[in-house]
Write a protein that binds this ligand. Sequence first.
Ligand SMILES: [Zn+2]
Ligand SMILES: [Zn+2]
Ligand SMILES: [Zn+2]
Length: 124
Amino acid sequence: MGKGSANECMVFPFCEGEETQSDRKVLTCSGSSCDVRVHPECYGLDEYAGKFSCDSCKYASGEKVTCVMCPSLSGAFKKTVGGKYIHVVCALWTKCEFGDIELLSGISITNVFPAASKEEKAQI
Ligand SMILES: [Zn+2]
Ligand SMILES: [Zn+2]
Ligand SMILES: [Zn+2]
């Protein structure tokens, strides 16, 4: 299975493994016009969560969101502390701080964009 497979995880560009590890389930976002697919562990989800909504569906009602780090509009987004959106992989690559690394949540982008710290403070 290559690109575009229904079993493809969209969190990491090279996240394969669904063939060799058949126990790695890929969950599809329950948003109506969203087809984000993730491995629970790649998106920081409880392994046994049967249903999942990606952060852009959960917090932006499925509106198209943009990543603060890259121009790609597809992929699995996470909401940052300051109310922006970022790909999980972009947050990891740029070494953003995570409030909870297990859940990949509470992402702070202030080490990359110092100006964002004001917005984050306003949200807290
Ligand atoms: Zn994955
Ligand atoms: Zn979604
Ligand atoms: Zn990105």
